[in-house]
Design a protein around this ligand. Structure first.
Ligand code: CP3
Length: 336
């Protein structure tokens, strides 16, 4: 059997056909997702139900035959497993108990982490039983800085003020928390790698909130530590980093973080990326998810621009951020 398109691309090979998948492809824009989601009120319990999580993982593959499936879980499962009080409120999003200073934690909160997250491992095994041979299964985690923004703000945030203040005012304590989360992330990614995913992805959704002076400390170095940790545990799967909003920080990130590929947000010009990242460095992205709401000629032009910009570089087609719940499903087919 020839190697999967998706994995060839991550190894730096330009394939004739560009592989494609979509961030948040298993989610509320699908009526089959909404239907099964209704059977469980608590979102964490839903993520930790291996049968339901694996079923939902397969839904977008059955419908659209994407080149990759992403195991259904959430980046906030790590803070949950570290005993932060994580819950999801309909219409509001994630909620955590806000903490004043990042100094309330020690190694004890890592106890039992892999046991608590073991349903994800079971979901991976189940999903692998039903995935088509040509589809790659991706495991993932949130990067430490992005998780810290949720912990600091007690949920989603507009300007990430508390997390940024911690960096200036409580650097030592923040660094200790960063280290704990880094360790948790190495364990969670290693667990997924051992359970049968063929690729890993690290979501640093709020990397763009980090001041340039702190990029190495809060984004690039933790990523590098995580990758070294996963490799040390014996896992060789390619790792995609997604430091959303990182701008020109991507140049150093590509050189220093150790990721095998970079996910690009839609604010980044693909032509700039092609000029500034090392030749043959694989990229993923970066259509604006909102272009799918109408899926008109402007969307098609934007797709052409992305494909044309990366015509000489290994490229996985994707959106620049997650697909939104209000996207008409038939528009996804137009994009494909
Ligand atoms: O197809 C997939 O990508 C499914 C797996 C997945 C989910 N979340 C399921 C989910 C993945 C990869 C994520 C990542 C995630 N979660 C990120 C990083 C990517 C990004 O979008 O930046 C972040 C920041 C989160 C945190 C999170 N989880 C938020 C802010 C929310 C609420 C958002 C909202 O729109 O209400 C979630 C909940 C969540 N995670 C949902 C899904 C499908 C929706 C909740 C539901 O179905 O009730």
């Amino acid at each position: 059997m020839t190697e999967k398109l998706f994995l060839q691309t991550l190894k730096g090979k330009k394939t004739k056909q560009t592989p494609i998948w979509v961030m948040r492809q298993a989610g509320r824009y699908l009526k089959e997702y909404r239907q099964i989601r209704e059977t469980q009120e608590n979102f964490i319990s839903f993520c930790l139900n291996p049968e339901k999580a694996s079923t939902v993982t397969l839904q977008p593959i059955t419908r659209f035959k994407f080149d990759a499936a992403i195991i259904f879980s959430d980046i906030l499962l790590i803070p949950w497993a570290m005993n932060f009080n994580v819950r999801f409120k309909t219409g509001v999003g994630p909620l955590l108990d806000a903490i004043e200073k990042p100094n309330m934690f020690d190694k004890n909160c890592l106890k039992g982490l892999t046991e608590k997250l073991s349903p994800v491992s079971k979901a991976i095994e189940l999903a692998n039983l039903s995935l088509p041979e040509t589809t790659t299964l991706i495991g993932f985690a949130g990067a430490p800085w992005t998780l810290i923004t949720y912990i600091a703000e007690g949920g989603s945030s507009r300007d990430f003020k508390t997390a940024r203040l911690w960096a200036w005012q409580h650097a030592k304590e923040l660094d200790a928390l960063l280290e704990l989360i880094t360790e948790a992330t190495i364990s969670f990614l290693s667990l997924q790698a051992a359970s049968g995913v063929e690729c890993l992805m690290l979501f640093d959704s709020w990397a763009g909130a980090v001041p340039a002076a702190h990029r190495d400390w809060l984004v690039t170095r933790p990523t590098s530590t995580i990758i070294k940790g996963v490799r040390k545990n014996g896992h060789q799967q390619p790792i995609i980093g997604f430091p959303k909003g990182f701008g020109d920080g991507l140049i150093r990130y590509a050189e220093e973080s150790g990721v095998d590929a970079i996910g690009l947000d839609h604010e980044t010009d693909p032509k700039w990326v092609d000029k500034n990242l090392p030749r043959n460095f694989p990229v993923q992205g970066n259509l604006d998810p909102l272009s799918l709401i109408s899926a008109g000629p402007e969307m098609l032009r934007s797709i052409d621009y992305i494909l044309e910009s990366f015509h000489d570089r290994p490229h996985i087609f994707n959106l620049g951020h997650g697909i939104t719940p209000s996207t008409p499903v038939e528009n996804v087919q137009i994009m494909i």
